[in-house]
Ligand binder design. Structure first.
Ligand code: DX5
Ligand code: ZN
Length: 210
């Protein structure tokens, strides 16, 4: 199981130090919000660029923005290794997938809790990961939505049928209990923000998720 701490719950006043607390994690999850696709604003490519020299972790960048195509090149140049966009936010996923590939990053598509797996099924052969949102995107600290487990199972079946290398990422409300549901359903990557960072011992929290 890959653990991806979400820096949304980190201390932005001392971001590099916060990130050092979770240096054992293979991935670092970076939430990008534009105040338009989601009702919150977070950070942009400048912060990705600032963070890049401080870690060799995979920078897993979750775009919750409307104009994804316009900003994708900037994020990859800034140091993002993997870019996940929302299926609900782009006009033509084929164009966005191509753009991410051309700039040399891995591709992910995310679905909100209300979006069915069938909305992304068609693009599975062309991407590296699917991110299942298990809360409404926009804020950390929300409660895990149980229907996400069913979606994970559905994606797990699809990838088996297609014999396709695809990572299933789950994001939102992950803790030591909900992580078990995700694991049983077939998830490969768990994104966790508040559970890891709102603790005196982030390392112990990561181990408890694994
Ligand atoms: C929410 C973000 C998540 C968020 C998860 O829109 O995509 O990555 O940081 O936070 P927790 O783990 O607190 O639910
Ligand atoms: Zn996220």
């Amino acid at each position: 199981m890959i653990i991806a701490p979400s820096i949304l719950s980190a201390d932005f006043g001392k971001l590099a130090e916060s990130v050092a607390l979770v240096k054992e994690a293979k991935w670092l999850h970076i939430d990008i919000m534009d105040g338009h696709f989601v009702p919150n604003i977070s950070i942009g490519p400048l912060v990705v660029r600032g963070l890049r020299p401080y870690t060799t972790q995979i920078l897993d960048t979750h775009l919750m923005i409307s104009n994804a195509n316009e900003y994708i090149p900037q994020f990859i140049k800034a140091g993002s290794d993997r870019i996940t966009f929302h299926i609900e936010a782009v006009e033509d996923p084929t164009v966005t997938i191509k753009l991410i590939r051309e700039h040399g990053a891995k591709v992910g598509i995310s679905i909100k809790p209300g979006t069915p797996v069938s909305a992304v099924a068609k693009w599975i052969p062309f991407i590296d990961q699917i991110l299942v949102m298990s809360v409404e995107p926009g804020f950390g600290g929300q409660e895990f939505m149980m229907n996400s487990s069913l979606k994970i199972m559905e994606i797990n079946d699809l990838r088996k049928n297609l014999n396709k290398d695809l990572l299933i990422v789950v994001d939102g409300g992950i803790n030591n209990i909900t992580s078990k549901f995700c694991k049983e359903a077939g998830a490969d990557v768990l994104v966790a923000g508040s559970y890891i960072f709102n603790s005196k011992d982030p390392k112990e929290r990561m181990e408890s998720l694994r």
